[in-house]
Design a protein around this ligand. Structure first.
Ligand SMILES: C[S@@+](CC[C@H](N)C(=O)[O-])C[C@H]1O[C@@H](n2cnc3c(N)ncnc32)[C@H](O)[C@@H]1O
Length: 383
């Protein structure tokens, strides 16, 4: 008998427009990752389960990870129900009725409520015929959220289980969040984008500076870039998951300084608490320095090999005096004078014209939506 490992199909779900950044993040981690397709908002992988599972905690850009359970042609609710009663649910569920995420397009079966009711009934009846093992009754309360995705496209139904549990941008640590935080996976995508451009320029970064760092999202995402997330994942409960050694958090990254500055007293206190939470994971003292003060007075001597990446107030959620355009130009001038980083990146609203500074050359922009506001990350290199 051949020792061929059974491959499953996985979908790594990303915000639309971030597919290539997520692909590069995965390839950095797993150079020969078996990527079979890149779709709008997803990467498809064909891999043996455990081989794939072990990379999940390291992925910082995606929002969800799905594993395909079954695929079938389906044009009516009776066939859908019958198909679902034949799935071996005890490989993916533990006696609970999961949440459902249903999408149907160009198909005869399109009523999400009917589809969900039918799926719930099929799973309940499956449990009657194949009761879940008794030992699972104790873990049901503590299980991460479980979601079954039903996607029906052109009468072709795909059933998948979400391996993530909570959305992947929820990092699991009990953190203080500022008034207008950037979502963690979006901050990670901004960092991935900047690092790729910096690498293309033949450079490397040794320090990260955020002069308006709020709760510290850019600093922490940069710190954790090549490290696994410390949180629950649904896949760790599946029988195909083989227990791994506990990760010992020992920071050995190339970036040796993480420098933050924040003006608000309350936010600064929260930032200090967040540092303590991250510090508690690690065996050594983390190279994070934070200052409580006005960014216009913030001075850094870490100019060479540094990336200043910041998300200044937009004026929408955090008030800005005067014109936002002049304000961003002024900020760029101040950071040029006081910090002179060799790379600078601003996350600002898309409608604002790009700020300019004579000492910086514009490299590229990443456009996306941050909490409903269209934004762009602009990256410059010092001339
Ligand atoms: C859009 S938020 C940044 C949020 C941050 N990226 C995060 O994820 O928490 C802007 C932050 O800049 C701070 N801020 C505003 N004006 C400032 C100034 N002049 N100096 C320093 N920080 C300032 C605000 O208090 C706020 O925390």
């Amino acid at each position: 008998m051949t020792d061929q490992k059974i491959k499953k199909t996985f979908h790594i779900i990303t915000p639309v427009g971030f597919e290539n950044l997520a692909k590069n993040e995965l390839l950095h981690l797993w150079p020969c990752a078996p990527i079979t397709k890149l779709e709008k908002g997803a990467l498809c992988i064909a891999s043996e389960e455990m081989e794939f599972f072990r990379h999940i905690p390291y992925l910082k850009i995606p929002t969800k990870i799905l594993m395909e359970i079954d695929q079938f042609i389906c044009r009516d609710i009776v066939k859908f129900y019958n198909k679902l009663t034949k799935v071996k649910w005890n490989q993916f569920l533990f006696g609970q009725i999961p949440e459902f995420a249903i999408s149907a397009k160009n198909s005869r079966l399109f009523d999400s409520r009917k589809i969900e009711d039918s799926a719930k009934k099929a799973i309940s009846n499956y449990y009657k015929a194949q009761p879940p093992q008794k030992k699972y009754a104790d873990i049901l309360e503590s299980l991460p959220p479980s979601t079954i995705h039903v996607r029906i496209l052109d009468d072709n139904c795909t059933l998948s289980v979400d391996l993530s549990g909570e959305r992947l941008d929820k990092r699991g640590l009990k953190l203080f969040t500022s008034e207008a935080p950037v979502r963690e996976n979006l901050a990670s995508a901004c960092l991935q984008f900047s690092f790729e451009q910096i690498k293309n320029q033949g450079d490397e970064i040794e320090s990260i500076i955020d002069p308006m760092c709020g709760s510290g999202t850019f600093l922490f995402e940069a710190l954790m870039k090549d490290l696994p997330q410390k949180r629950e994942f649904y896949y760790k409960y599946l029988s195909s998951y083989k227990l791994e050694k506990k990760h010992v958090y020992n920071y050995q990254g190339r970036i040796t300084k993480f420098i933050g500055n924040e003006i608000s007293e309350n936010t600064f206190k929260g930032l200090e608490k967040n540092i303590k939470v991250y510090q508690s994971l690690f065996t050594q003292t983390l190279p994070i320095q934070v200052i409580h003060g006005d960014a216009t007075h913030f001075v850094s001597t870490d100019s060479t090999s540094s990336l200043l990446i910041t998300n200044p107030p937009y004026g929408k959620r955090v008030k800005v005096e005067g014109s936002t355009k002049d304000y961003f130009d002024e900020l760029m001038d101040i950071y040029d004078k006081n910090c002179a980083p060799n790379y600078m990146a601003f996350l600002i609203p898309k409608i604002i014209p790009n700020p300019k500074n004579k000492n910086y050359r514009f490299l590229d922009a990443l456009n996306f939506s941050n909490g409903g506001i269209d934004v762009k990350l602009l990256l410059w290199k010092r001339k």
